[in-house]
Design a protein around this ligand. Structure first.
Ligand code: 13P
Ligand code: SF4
Length: 312
């Protein structure tokens, strides 16, 4: 048995022994996706976290995701394999800045991307993801809406809904997608002329405009599974290729950029979550993510309001 196979076997044994589940984001490295009970996008995993009977949740994703899972499950033990795994978008908006915007626009509903700290989320009316932002903004009956922290997602939502959003802050960006350029599109289109281009809404407008499909990581899986085309270029974080290869076998997926062309290809935070660290997390029950109850309750309320609005 190879080292990785042994590691996978041990992680599976530990999961059983501790009645634990692993929730893995679609950007995770291959081995982490293999041991995950559920893989998905940020919305999907947040809902899965809410519905589990497990005693322990190991969140194989970045910190704001584990925080969200902990806020939704205050009585469960939620673990992150690496507490340093942050997110540039989450860093882009703090409580003080959001409070200032709220004072300036006291009647404006606050719609926040899930890529925010739980303390910031506690000040939101709605918590959206790339798969739900357009639907929620469409439902809000207000001319003034505060939306943050991803300016690219805000631009995309504005285009899709025809509504004007006030960006909080004006220029929050994901350090992966923000580096994508039109030149990169030209190069990759030339290399794979028959492939469809899938793009994440965190990408700049010029990429969105040239894409054949725009959606969250789960929506990319669904789209490539259903459509008859067999070849795709994937304009999002490099780990997504793992999810697509596992879940849509028999089709070909090319990265939009590789690490040789741009260090931005892989999210440095997502890359911190390795199979070794997932095993240690389960074994030693580290690192627990705890959220103060009052903060968790407020964030949970905003998330539940969002789910309710999506079902209406
Ligand atoms: P989704 O998986 O929700 O599309 O989000 C991508 C992302 O960047 C998470 O950090
Ligand atoms: Fe944050 Fe971008 Fe990394 Fe996602 S890919 S965790 S948005 S920095």
């Amino acid at each position: 048995m190879s080292g990785i196979e042994e590691l996978i076997k041990e992680v599976k044994r530990l999961k059983k022994e501790k009645n634990a589940i692993i929730l893995g984001h679609n950007y995770m490295e291959y081995g982490v996706q293999l041991v995950s009970d559920f893989t998905g996008d940020s919305y999907d995993l947040a809902v899965k976290a809410m519905r589990t009977n497990a005693d322990i949740i190991v969140f194989a994703g970045v910190h704001f995701m584990a925080e969200q899972a902990s806020a939704l499950n205050p009585d469960k033990k939620v673990l992150t394999p690496d507490p340093e795994a942050g997110c540039s978008l989450s860093d882009a908006l703090d409580v003080k800045t959001l409070k200032k915007f709220k004072e300036e626009y006291p009647r404006a509903p606050v719609v926040l991307y899930i890529n925010t700290s739980i303390y910031v989320k506690a000040l939101a009316d709605y918590i959206v993801t790339s798969s739900t932002a357009v639907k929620i903004v469409n439902k809000i009956d207000s001319d003034v809406i505060l939306f943050g922290p991803d300016a690219n997602l805000a631009n995309y939502v504005e285009k899709k809904t025809g509504k004007k959003l006030i960006k909080v802050p004006p220029n929050g960006r994901c350090i992966v997608h923000a580096n994508y350029t039109r030149k990169m599109v030209e190069i990759v289109r030339k290399e794979h002329p028959n492939a469809l281009l899938l793009a994440h809404p965190e990408a700049p407008q010029e990429i969105i405009e040239s894409a054949d499909f725009v959606g969250s990581t789960n929506q990319m899986i669904e789209f490539s599974r259903k459509i008859s085309s067999n070849e795709f270029i994937v304009a999002t974080e490099l780990g997504m290729i793992n999810a697509l290869q596992i879940q849509v076998p028999g089709k070909t997926f090319h990265p939009f950029v590789t690490m040789e062309r741009c260090a931005c290809a892989r999210c440095p935070y997502m890359a911190m979550i390795t199979l070794d660290k997932v095993k240690r997390s389960l074994e030693e029950e580290v690192f627990e993510v705890k959220v103060p109850r009052d903060v968790a309750d407020k964030a949970k309320e905003a998330f539940e309001r969002t789910i309710k609005a999506l079902q209406e």
